[in-house]
Design a protein around this ligand. Structure first.
Ligand code: URP
Ligand code: ZN
Ligand code: ZN
Length: 467
């Protein structure tokens, strides 16, 4: 007897699509059967015509983030509710060191904030902002708490987030020693600062000039430099939000040479270009790095098709549009980042799978399986297999997306994808056996989401093949 049976859907893994019935008992997947097998369950969902996929894993979110005077609108409760509507069942947020604080203190603080609030499961990357010897020593303790990935920013000095090359190198060396994955935002701080100052001093602070303040060379240089440091330290490295074709090429080459280098991109870098900065609401798209050109969109689609870029994350940052509007006349006054956990799967599916740019199997790899493997959640999560958590999203491939602000649940007050057309809507989301969104209706289970301890497999850190 199963608690829940999802019958007759198209069950997808990164390598296979089969028509099957998925039986759930308690929090786990208890069996996968050929349709027609006699099975009993307390409840059956007919998934005929639907895709049955591992729930999305978003490895890059910023809930309840402060930047300057702004705080994102969505904290763990609101943000994860929106994520559930978007078919995501696990997210990895950040616990960033504040001046004088330890990695462990900040991790415990963030964990306490999420506990009882998040409606889906969660984990944290530990964010290092101070490269002191005691911080480096603490990294091993974070591993024992189930936090084996460390985030570093090469920019945002004014927000106390920047780390220099010496800190990067020290973290990489320790990561290699203890079996951790460094996660890096790669832009050259000096080029960004100089370009920004020059534009502002010429009276060109309006949002239409924003892209020029963070030129592509800032990212390309940083990616290459950081790969060199990682290589010298014998460390793996994961680059967040890769935007341009030269960075993709550098990552591709490193991987071909056998270095464990992984890249992430986001739906906005696949589908939008820097032309948006000319629009009336161009300030909503102020993010770091900025949007690029059509040829970069193409290079990124190619990269996710062949998996030189391994994941598609949201970089969820739900600044309210009124905060973003400060960037209209002076782009450096807007908090950087775009809202996106809710739209991540619908945008990737409708613009990717529906349009034939990626297969449904690739979609699963990019949105769930690879994030799970890279960050140590697999096979508990990221795959529909017997014994795995019953984290499942049902996607209707024929349903038209509606991503106008009136149809979405985040609190940013705007939608970057309002005019986007296409098909592929998450209609039911199941987290550890509980239905939390069904037929586009939220079903609350207060305090349902829980912290998941992670541990990264040695092979992920040793070679660039994601098995
Ligand atoms: O502009 C961005 N991406 N904002 C969020 C913080 C970060 O850099 O990831
Ligand atoms: Zn970043
Ligand atoms: Zn981010």
């Amino acid at each position: 007897m199963f608690d829940l049976l999802i019958a007759n859907g198209q069950v997808v893994s990164p390598s296979l699509t089969i028509t099957a019935d998925v039986g759930i008992r308690g929090e786990k997947i208890a069996g996968i059967f050929e349709p027609g097998t006699p099975l009993e369950a307390y409840r059956t969902i007919d998934a005929t015509g639907l895709y049955v996929l591992p729930g999305g894993i978003d490895p890059h979110t910023h809930y309840g983030m402060r930047f300057g005077n702004s705080v994102t609108r969505d904290h763990y409760r609101e943000g994860t509710l929106a994520a559930a509507f978007g078919g995501t069942t696990t997210f990895i947020d950040f616990a960033f060191q504040e001046p004088g604080s330890t990695l462990i203190d900040i991790f415990r603080k963030r964990e306490a904030e999420a506990k009882g609030q998040a409606v889906i499961d969660y984990a944290f990357h530990s964010g290092i902002t101070d490269g002191s010897a005691s911080t480096i020593r603490e990294m091993a303790e974070m591993i024992s708490l189930g936090v084996p990935s460390f985030k570093l920013f090469t920019v945002y000095r004014e927000a106390n987030l920047f780390v220099d090359d010496a800190t990067l190198f020290a973290v990489f060396r320790e990561a290699a020693r203890i079996g951790a994955l460094p996660v890096v935002h790669a832009e050259n701080e000096h080029i960004v600062n100089r370009s920004t100052r020059d534009l502002l001093s010429q009276g060109n602070g309006a949002v239409e000039y924003y892209a020029g303040s963070r030129p592509r060379v800032a990212e390309i240089e940083a990616v290459q430099r950081i790969m060199l440091l990682a290589r010298e330290a014998s460390s793996a490295v994961y680059f967040v939000h890769i935007t341009c074709k030269e960075s993709v090429e550098a990552i591709r080459q490193a991987r071909r040479q056998g270095y464990p280098v992984y890249g992430e991109t986001c739906p906005h870098y696949l589908t939008l270009t820097d032309e948006v900065y000319q629009k009336n609401d161009g300030y909503n798209y102020i993010m770091a790095p900025p949007l690029r050109r059509t040829e970069d969109n193409h290079a990124l689609w190619e990269a996710i098709r062949e998996l030189s870029i391994a994941t598609v994350a949201s970089d969820e940052s739900s600044w309210h549009t009124t905060d973003k509007a400060r960037g209209k006349t002076c782009f450096d006054q807007a908090p950087p980042g775009l809202v996106g956990t809710e739209t991540r799967l619908p945008v990737l599916f409708s613009q990717g799978v529906s349009q034939g740019k990626i297969s449904i199997n690739r979609f699963v790899a990019l949105s769930a399986t690879n994030p799970a493997k890279l960050f140590g959640l697999y096979p508990r999560k990221g795959i529909l297999a017997v014994g795995s958590d019953a984290d499942i999203v049902l996607i209707d491939p024929d349903e038209k997306i509606r991503l106008e602000v009136s149809n979405i649940h985040h609190g940013a007050g705007y939608s970057p994808y309002g005019g986007l057309k296409g098909k592929g809507v998450p209609i039911t989301t199941i987290s550890r056996g509980r239905i939390i969104m069904e037929n586009r209706e939220f079903i609350d289970h207060p305090g349902h989401g829980k912290f998941i301890q992670r541990s990264i497999k040695p092979e992920i850190l040793a070679e660039p093949i994601i098995r």
